[in-house]
Ligand binder design. Structure first.
Ligand code: SF4
Length: 324
């Protein structure tokens, strides 16, 4: 194969030269201005009404607000028995979970720290910042051995270098944000929908969509990542009044991005999934129904699997021992 000395560049000569992978990512996460949708100014109120309609008969029966994030939506949509089991268990940090948290902190620092740092420098600064904040993750990291912390540093620095090599450098003119929180109150705060976007670029222009929501994934791709982002599109619309232009999952290990264009059909399906899941969460809280078992890949690690008939049947089938 031949080699070439040609440099890949964005249109403006002021922009930094990009690797082919960075250029591919940039092409996918930037929607041309003439393809961006302009929405009706009443969209936010319509969506709020739709979401509240489904739960209007249940909400007055709860004393404490129901907090709903993408995790609860995914759990209750998957298997309600597993959801209840997880809600009753206390959370415990494990080493593999820490790398995503530290990676996200590195990206946050890389956007806001000047002058620019190398990947290993950012990992050190991120770990120091997390270990000084006094929460559960801080205590977990402090209690690890030097070798365990060094292994985490090494893994996250490698991931971060892949991210720098494959994601275009963020420019101030793109209005980037990291860890952007969004909170929506339904029924005067009886139900709180919440989320935190890993990374956003762009912004709306009056009623025309322009913001891109990007989730940075340090694990493998799973189907519910799409649903998570569609829920975030709802949150963005309910807070800002204009939906995002694009939703993107960036898989850091592979340096690849999966993108979905936001339109009214996507918002409608997100409203349906969210309102039906919130209704089920309320019914479970009020003990108005028995939790439903729904077998899926989660049965492989579910703590209730031993005594669960549908779970065992699913596992037998999946392991190839089902009778024809
Ligand atoms: S084993 Fe499967 S079906 Fe049974 S409770 Fe767990 S996740 Fe649900």
């Amino acid at each position: 194969m031949g080699t070439t000395k040609k440099k890949f560049r964005t249109e403006s000569p002021a922009n930094p030269p990009l690797t082919p992978a960075q250029q591919t990512t940039l092409n996918l996460i930037r929607l041309p201005a003439n393809e961006r949708t302009t929405y009706n100014s009443t969209l936010r109120a319509q969506i709020q009404l739709e979401l509240e309609k489904e739960t209007v008969n249940l909400v007055d029966q709860i004393d404490e607000p129901l907090w709903v994030s993408k995790r609860q939506l995914q759990a209750v949509t998957s298997c309600e028995v597993l959801y209840e089991k997880q809600e009753g268990e206390s959370f415990e940090w494990k080493i593999p979970m820490t790398r995503g948290q530290i990676f996200h902190k590195c990206v946050e620092l890389s956007v806001h720290l000047s002058p620019a740092r190398t990947a290993p420098e950012l990992v050190d600064e991120a770990m120091t910042s997390i270990m000084n904040r006094g929460d559960g993750l801080a205590s977990f990291l402090v209690d690890l051995t030097d070798i365990e912390r060094a292994e985490i540093r090494s893994e996250v620095a490698s991931l971060l270098q892949t991210y720098f090599d494959t994601f275009p450098p963020l420019q101030n003119s793109w209005s980037p944000t990291t860890e952007l929180p969004r909170k929506v109150l339904l029924h005067r705060g009886k139900i709180v929908l919440q989320g935190r976007f890993d990374l956003t670029v762009g912004r709306p222009d009056e009623l025309t969509a322009g913001r891109v929501l990007i989730e940075l994934k340090t694990g493998r791709a799973v189907p519910h990542h799409l649903d998570d982002l569609r829920f975030y599109a709802l949150l963005e619309t309910l807070v800002v009044g204009v939906p995002p232009a694009l939703l993107a999952s960036f898989y850091v290990d592979a340096g690849t991005v999966q993108v979905e264009v936001v339109d009214e059909d996507l918002l409608r399906s997100a409203i349906q999934r969210t309102s039906s899941a919130v209704k089920r969460l309320l019914q479970l809280r009020l003990e108005e129904r028995e939790p439903e078992r729904r077998a899926s890949g989660s049965c492989r690690w579910c703590p209730a699997a031993t005594d669960c008939r549908p779970g065992q049947a699913w596992l037998e089938e999946a392991n190839g021992s089902g009778v024809w």
